[in-house]
Design a protein around this ligand. Structure first.
Ligand SMILES: Cc1cc2nc3c(=O)[nH]c(=O)nc-3n(C[C@H](O)[C@H](O)[C@H](O)COP(=O)(O)OP(=O)(O)OC[C@H]3O[C@@H](n4cnc5c(N)ncnc54)[C@H](O)[C@@H]3O)c2cc1C
Length: 478
């Protein structure tokens, strides 16, 4: 019997545990123990019921085009609980000079693919519109190495596009900025399109035509979630894992290689394992692996993290009637606000708020505002309410407010991230019986984390001489 320790009980660690549990039930001679420092499992996936509303503290959904989270939901019996975003209401605004300006139709991520809506949109100045027209003739360009998203976007559309779209879109996903994030890691398709076609606009249009669903087939919703919130996935996973294998409230203090295996010190005890999956943020993994492999730890330390705060405010039916339609708005840095974005939850996922409630979820923090964590809950609520009043004219008293702080939870894929990953991977392979999972490596979204956990389990089983079927899956993906 091989024993595996999983460190970190977020979705990455739980996905790894589930993959091992499936193997255990299939008769593979493996057992596992999952250590989580906080008293609850699930990491940043937390859903709460407040005043008949469903409040998401961390992720509220995941991208439909990445299948791994939805696949896991189906495996744990939640197939009939999957829901799509209400894309009929999909409209996003950008705050420009204090006013909400709708994002024009045809923008794919930030690339314009429809001429008329872009030409008539007040979102861009005449200068940027002229650059967009010229971008159509951009020659193919093979960058020498990695660069920031801002570098690439500026080359094609100019700095206004970085400020008004690239930055706000990226801060919504990474809590990071276009001038700090790697094109190759964050938007690899952009780099490929530029190298192959030159113009991103032409390349996107071609890709869109290829991907257009056959006649009569409705397009899939952009986001997928669960009827009762993301917490449902955590609860369903926990119901399928062996309770005796789960150790919440047990921070791992040290891991050491010993007698061809691993000695893990956690809580009050020390235990021996054949392999270990470290599924914490890369920064925490670095601290744990410093003794086992200082070089690996140095590589892991290079993956940066930012912090964020989500705040959900619940309002009555009058506010709901007065709010604009659509999914919400993004705030460029040049607007000088602390709020990065706000979601009108009652429009994006209507069943999460009854008809007589409005639910606004605000994002704050990110790469430039770590200091937000120093504010009290009251100060955060007051800041958000002041900004909502300026932006939406919303002065009403909320019926409830919930603040959630996520310190160092969002990985930042800086320039050179892929090369750093190669170095990390080389070092990791030199350490026997070690696998890594989490959002610090090959994708920050929930589906990527689910995949990273399953892949780490498969890789480790293969290294321990078990689980050939799973390792074939991983090799196929690689
Ligand atoms: C506010 C917010 C909103 C987001 N929105 C979305 C979204 O809408 N869609 C989407 O796809 N993604 C979203 N993400 C990203 C995604 O949710 C995360 O990247 C993902 O859930 C991370 O999962 P994880 O298991 O890798 O890490 P975590 O959830 O951070 O879990 C890591 C766990 O490791 C534990 N740990 C650390 N050190 C130790 C130790 N020494 N011993 C034991 N345990 C330890 C921690 O306590 C933690 O529970 C969002 C993230 C945040 C923070």
């Amino acid at each position: 019997m091989k024993r595996i320790a999983i460190i970190g009980g977020g979705i990455s660690g739980l996905s790894a545990a589930f993959a091992l549990e499936e193997q255990r039930r299939a008769g593979v001679a493996v057992d596992y123990v999952l250590f989580e420092s906080s008293p609850r499992l699930g990491g940043v996936l937390v859903s709460e019921r407040v005043d008949r509303c469903l409040v998401e503290a961390g992720p509220d959904s995941f991208l439909t085009e990445k299948p791994w989270a939805a696949d896991l939901c189906r495996k744990v019996g939640l197939g009939d609980q999957l829901i799509g975003s209400n894309d009929a209401q999909r409209k996003t605004y950008i705050l420009v000079h204090g006013r909400l300006t709708v994002m024009p139709d045809g923008l794919m991520f930030m690339v314009p693919t429809k001429i008329l809506p872009t030409v008539f949109s007040p979102l861009f100045s005449l200068g940027t519109k002229l650059r967009m027209a010229g971008e159509w003739f951009h020659p193919p360009h093979q960058a020498d190495g990695d660069e920031t998203v801002a570098d690439l976007v500026t080359r094609h559309y100019g700095p206004e596009m970085v400020d008004r779209l690239a930055d706000p879109l990226l801060s919504g996903v990474y809590g990071g900025e276009a001038c700090g994030l790697s094109v190759r890691a964050v938007l690899p398709r952009f780099a490929e399109m530029e190298a192959q076609h030159g113009s991103l606009g032409r390349a996107m249009l071609l890709a869109r035509r290829k991907l257009a669903p056959a006649g009569g087939v409705p397009p899939r919703p952009l986001f997928t979630s669960l009827k009762d919130g993301m917490q449902q996935l955590v609860d369903a996973l926990l119901a399928r894992l062996a309770t005796a294998s789960l150790r919440p409230d047990t921070p791992v203090e040290s891991v050491q290689i010993q007698s061809g295996g691993w000695l893990i010190s956690a809580g009050d005890g020390t235990d021996h394992f054949d392999g270990v999956i470290v599924a914490t943020p890369a920064s925490a993994a670095a601290a744990l692996l410093d003794i086992a492999s200082p070089d690996l730890a140095a590589g892991l330390r290079g993956v940066g993290y930012t912090s964020s705060v989500t705040l959900t405010l619940g309002y009555d039916r009058n506010v709901r009637a007065a709010l604009p339609p659509g999914f919400g708005f993004l705030v460029p840095r040049s607007e000088g606000r602390r709020m990065l974005a706000a979601t009108f939850v009652h429009n994006k996922f209507p069943h999460r708020a009854p008809q007589d409630r409005a639910l606004i979820r605000c994002f704050l923090g990110g790469a430039r505002d770590e200091a937000i964590l120093l504010l009290s809950d009251q100060e955060i609520v007051a800041t958000a309410r002041r900004e909502l009043r300026d932006i939406l004219g919303l002065a009403a008293e909320p019926q409830f407010a919930r603040v959630y702080r996520w310190k160092g939870a969002m990985a930042q894929y800086g320039v050179g991230h892929l090369e750093r990953l190669e170095r990390i991977e080389t070092r990791r392979r030199q350490v026997p019986g070690l696998a890594l999972a989490g959002n610090g490596y090959r994708g920050i979204g929930v589906p990527d984390c689910v995949r990273s956990g399953a892949d780490a389990a498969a890789d480790l089983l293969a290294r321990l001489g078990l689980g050939s079927a799973l390792s074939a899956q991983v090799q196929q993906r690689a």
